[in-house]
Design a protein around this ligand. Structure first.
Ligand SMILES: NC(=O)c1ccc[n+]([C@@H]2O[C@H](COP(=O)([O-])OP(=O)(O)OC[C@H]3O[C@@H](n4cnc5c(N)ncnc54)[C@H](O)[C@@H]3O)[C@@H](O)[C@H]2O)c1
Length: 250
């Protein structure tokens, strides 16, 4: 099979959906849209016949390993991996969960989805990229992994999103001799089901801190991913791209 194979996790909603739609429209790869939500099947169908849905709960390492085996046996290659799925549990009123209220079970669940799953996906799929001496991995972190966002972000979220950048650096080092680039994208606030779950006052405050004066459209994030998964980004690896309307200028 000559066509490139691309994987987008968390593709049934929000940023993942926009990324998968843009990649599907580019039309240069067999696209696998992975999610734990069964709605991913209908979404794949809406994108066209070369888009494959894959149901997988990323909290379960065994399901990720089974996915890696599926990609190898069904396609024999993987060229592009977008580790996009992420969770940020909130209180019932959508406020942040304070440190003393975080249960170990929630801490472990967030670690599993936001950090262990990208690690396992890289471990499963990087060898396939090395074999073809070309690959693109993009890990979706967050502005919350770069800096404090007052009163919005729980400890498990900022911890996992910062750690994902460390993972990116080491995978980038190991992929580099094989022409596999690995980069982090750190979005600011984009309008998705995950991000609308903040209180109105928080949204108002965050708009004040965004020089461009608005939240991002998921298509604006997808455009960056199209670039990072193309040949045009061939000399970029181990980088962090801030896509946030200018609210964090390190
Ligand atoms: N939206 C934002 O403003 C924003 C900002 C910074 C970072 N991010 C990051 O971008 C990524 C996407 O966020 P979003 O806003 O699109 O979120 P979202 O909640 O709209 O979508 C997340 C998707 O991931 C899937 N998912 C969750 N847990 C899963 C699991 N265990 N197994 C498989 N799939 C699972 C969900 O079913 C959903 O389809 C996340 O990593 C998030 O942390 C988002």
């Amino acid at each position: 099979m000559n066509k490139k194979v691309a994987v987008v996790t968390g593709a049934a909603s929000g940023l993942g959906k926009a990324i998968a739609t843009a990649m599907g429209q580019r039309g240069d790869c067999h696209l696998i849209v992975l999610d734990k939500s069964p709605s991913v099947a209908q979404f794949a169908q809406s994108l066209g016949p070369s888009v494959e849905p894959y149901l997988c709960d990323l909290e379960d390492p065994a399901q990720i390993i089974a996915f890696g085996q599926h990609v190898r046996s069904a396609h024999g290659r993987c060229d592009i991996l977008i580790n996009n799925a992420g969770i940020h549990p909130k209180n019932p009123d959508n406020s942040k969960v304070a440190l003393e209220d975080i249960t170990l079970a929630t801490w472990n669940a967030v670690l599993a989805v936001n950090l262990t799953a990208p690690f396992l996906m890289c471990q499963q799929l990087l060898p396939l990229m090395r074999e073809h001496r070309w690959g693109r991995i993009v890990n979706i972190s967050s502005r919350a992994g770069r800096t404090l966002i007052p009163n919005v972000v729980a400890a498990y979220y900022s911890a996992t999103k910062a750690a994902l950048m460390g993972l990116t650096r080491t995978v980038a080092e190991e992929g580099a001799p094989f022409n596999v680039t690995v980069n982090t994208v750190a979005p600011g606030r984009f309008l998705t089901p995950l991000s609308v779950k903040v209180t109105a006052s928080n949204l108002e405050n965050s708009l004040k801190s965004i020089p461009l004066g608005r939240v991002g459209d998921p298509d604006e994030l997808a455009a960056v991913i199209l670039f990072l998964t193309s040949d045009a980004s061939s000399y970029m690896t181990g980088a962090v791209l801030d896509v946030n309307g200018g609210c964090f200028m390190p």
